[in-house]
Design a protein around this ligand. Structure first.
Ligand code: NAD
Length: 478
């Protein structure tokens, strides 16, 4: 009964929460009310149902695709596979995609999809049928295509599902040269890109590192600058949570807590992410991990343990008025979409905390999806044309410097300097540059007007201004 109430509550609030953030930020812009309304609204909401065969019977599946904004084409956004998914949620996530893309200067409008199933209740072959039929439904209504709307993975979906979508789209569009650009997050062997799988988590880690590197901001919230030794709790050990934890710990932070839906574990001296991940894989639970000092069967308690940084990377609506006062972190970095309610955010800031908002913090995924889409349209892997040329140029330079100075470099020094960039290195470099630039762009807005109040408002102000310019340039026709 209690769960039903929670689901109903989520159903009606997520999109209106995003709109609340929008309205608040819009006060700090000077755009026409009608234009703001156009930016805020979801342009197209496609709700559909389709049957699948399950054993000897039929089952009807509810599904959605929402295209929030067409100020840029194509639109872009993941597909969520969850029994909790609903129209309000897909609209909210599509809107966040619009703002996210604007914030990190990725030239897409926002979209999102949802399939209302618990993937654990279906065989692989049934999941394939559902995914392919979902794709066909999108094709029938012109809701998918490399220049129309490009899905990607989200909660409950991954490379496998993106492969099925790519194959279905290509089969239904024979001869379309750019067919592989109709979906991103594909495996590398099927025209995916190196670094996409870990991109969102890597982006979350870079966003966190950037945030804590600003001495002035850290002083205000009572932390020393730098990631080294910062205690971090991560919620969700899926794609975003696992990679966020992995890269944060590689950058010097200590992962003191991990929360999954079955419970949470804590050790103030740090947890080994890989070991916890393998333990969960083997036993089906993070509970029972030998090196955990504390365990909580109520997973929400895990969020309230001592730490400097909390990374919610599971689902929306996890941090609300009900638990925000118990959160001990000084910084929340939103790996998930919509994990903090507006009311909780206000309380957190009033108590001296700061939040790195979802629409920036988890934008690493769409950034690298953009690179994958570019790769698919250009039909060539990044680095393929210039790698050898770069290496030869570097080699000539090294030989010349050694000749002039008479100093011979060690073989390791030579190969480090000479080596041309691989696709993965180029992708990671583009991602890092995007996250760093975008953070400081947001922070500039945040600093320039103290009334803006939060990084989320600042990010939203920046997004609104960019989208408004696009719409104004486009005009209205017909
Ligand atoms: P995922 O399915 O790979 O992982 C989600 C994890 O959260 C799972 O391990 C699940 O067991 C866990 N979980 C579910 N409910 C929980 C709870 N109450 N407490 C603790 N853990 C719980 O999904 P993902 O792709 O990592 O997505 C997570 C979030 O990040 C979503 O909000 C998604 O929209 C957002 N996001 C994902 C991407 C991406 O590239 N995958 C990009 C941007 C944003």
């Amino acid at each position: 009964m209690a769960t039903n109430i929670l689901i109903a509550d989520q159903e009606t609030h997520f999109f209106s929460d995003v709109c609340k953030n929008f309205d608040h930020a819009a006060q700090f812009t000077k755009h026409d009310a009608g234009l703001l309304d156009q930016i805020k609204s979801c342009n197209s909401v496609y709700r559909f149902r389709f049957p699948i065969r399950k054993g000897n019977s039929f089952e009807v599946i509810d599904a959605w695709r929402v295209e929030h904004s067409h100020h840029q084409s194509p639109t872009k956004g993941g597909i969520r596979y969850s029994e909790m998914v609903n129209e309000d949620e897909v609209m909210a996530l599509a809107a966040l995609m619009t703002y996210k893309c604007a914030i990190v200067n990725v030239p897409f409008g926002g979209a999102k999809g949802g399939i209302k199933i618990n993937p654990k209740n279906y065989t692989v072959s049934e999941l394939e049928n559902i995914t392919r039929r979902y794709t066909v439904e999108l094709i029938k209504k012109n809701f998918i295509g490399p220049s129309i709307d490009v899905p990607a993975p989200d909660y409950g979906s991954g490379e496998r599902e993106m492969s099925w979508i790519a194959d279905t789209y290509a089969t239904m569009n024979p001869g379309q040269l750019d067919a592989m650009g109709a979906v991103t997050g594909k495996p590398i062997a099927l025209h995916g890109i190196a670094g996409r799988r870990e991109a969102t988590g890597r982006g979350v880690a870079i966003a966190t590192r950037e945030c804590v590197s600003v001495g002035e901001d850290m002083q205000k919230i009572g932390l020393l600058p730098g990631l080294s030794g910062k205690r971090v709790i991560v919620q969700g050990l899926g794609n975003v949570g696992y990679y966020s934890a992995k890269f944060l710990s590689e950058m010097g932070a200590i992962i003191v807590g991990l929360c999954e839906f079955e419970g949470a574990i804590y050790n103030e001296n740090g947890l080994d992410i890989e070991a916890v991940f393998q333990h969960r894989k083997a036993t089906g639970s993070i509970l029972g991990y030998a090196a955990a000092i504390q365990e909580f069967t109520n997973t929400m308690e895990g969020l309230e343990q001592p730490c400097d940084i909390l990374v919610p990377a599971a689902l929306e609506n996890q941090i609300t008025e009900a638990n925000i006062r118990n959160i001990q972190a000084k910084i929340i970095v939103e790996g998930a979409n919509g994990p903090t309610s507006p009311e909780a955010e206000a309380i957190f800031y009033a108590n001296g905390g700061m939040i790195v908002p979802d629409m920036f913090a988890n934008a690493g995924g769409v950034t690298v999806s953009y690179f994958e889409w570019l790769k698919n349209l250009s039909h060539v892997a990044f680095g393929r044309m210039n790698r050898r040329f770069e290496e030869n140029s570097n080699l000539n330079l090294v030989n010349m410097v050694e000749g002039i100075t008479g100093v011979a470099l060690t073989p390791i020094q030579r190969s480090t300097i000479i080596k041309g960039a691989s696709e993965l290195e180029l992708v990671n470099s583009g991602l890092e540059d995007t996250m760093i630039r975008s953070y400081h762009e947001i922070r500039e807005i945040y600093k320039s007007n103290p009334e803006i109040g939060t990084l989320r408002n600042a990010a939203m102000v920046g997004a609104i201004n960019k989208i408004a310019v696009s719409y104004q340039n486009l005009g209205i026709w017909p």
